[in-house]
Write a protein that binds this ligand. Sequence first.
Ligand code: NAD
Length: 253
Amino acid sequence: MTKLDGKTAIITGGNSGIGLATAQRFVAEGAYVFITGRRQIELDAAARQIGKNVTGVQGDVSNLADLDRLYALVKEQKRRIDVLFANAGVGEFATLAKITEEHFDKTFGINVKGLLFTVQKALPLIRDGGSIILTCSTAASKGIEGFSVYSATKAAIRSFARSWAVDLKQRKIRVNAISPGPIDTPASRQSLSGLVQSEQQKEQVRKRLVSTVPLGRMGSPDEVAKVASFLASDESSYVTGIELFVDGGQAQI
Ligand code: NAD
């Protein structure tokens, strides 16, 4: 018997990076996963990579009709949800003077509104005693130049985990946040490219970033997936409301 045997899990942003690694791990540990993402082609490729026990559902988490369509399909196919990993998120750099309304609306629309309704609309299907995991970030508790809007969205998510752990206590549903530090994913690579142009400059920024991490390297998506698996499983049966850092120590010093 494996850790997540017979469990049904939803993973938003499950076609790339941390979400994809988590989907692969959950399936290897016995779960059936529904992964979501915005682009069908990437979802199909991710489903092929996962190989079995997976359904890809195209949708934008900030679009409530897309969420309704996702959960209608889950209800039809599996009836209930054991684990919800609300992981989809975006982050772009803009210093205070350069923040636009569009930048604010997009980041809060996906990371905060999208995550809130991803969880709210799943509630009728989540079984009592189920596990909800929210992807937060070390950025929620650090000051990072040009990253204030993203960081504020993640601080909101950290707060959601505390409040929802109480809101859902009657149903014994656990709600926890995971805060990754620098993880090597398509998103983090794109962020580096957005900051600087040449390969040499990118390497310099990467070295500077890694120098802030006691373990001296970026993390892999599977290192976050292992922690998500712990919070999804009964091994964490007495854990709720926490923020679990997977950051090589970056935000702890
Ligand atoms: P990624 O770009 O590889 O994956 C992001 C996923 O979110 C993709 O599958 C994308 O399709 C999906 N997504 C984005 N906007 C969406 C939307 N509107 N609707 C549906 N899906 C959407 O990035 P990642 O690094 O794996 O990031 C995953 C999560 O981890 C994000 O919430 C991110 O903020 C967080 N995080 C990442 C790092 C890091 O260093 N990589 C650090 C801390 C937190």
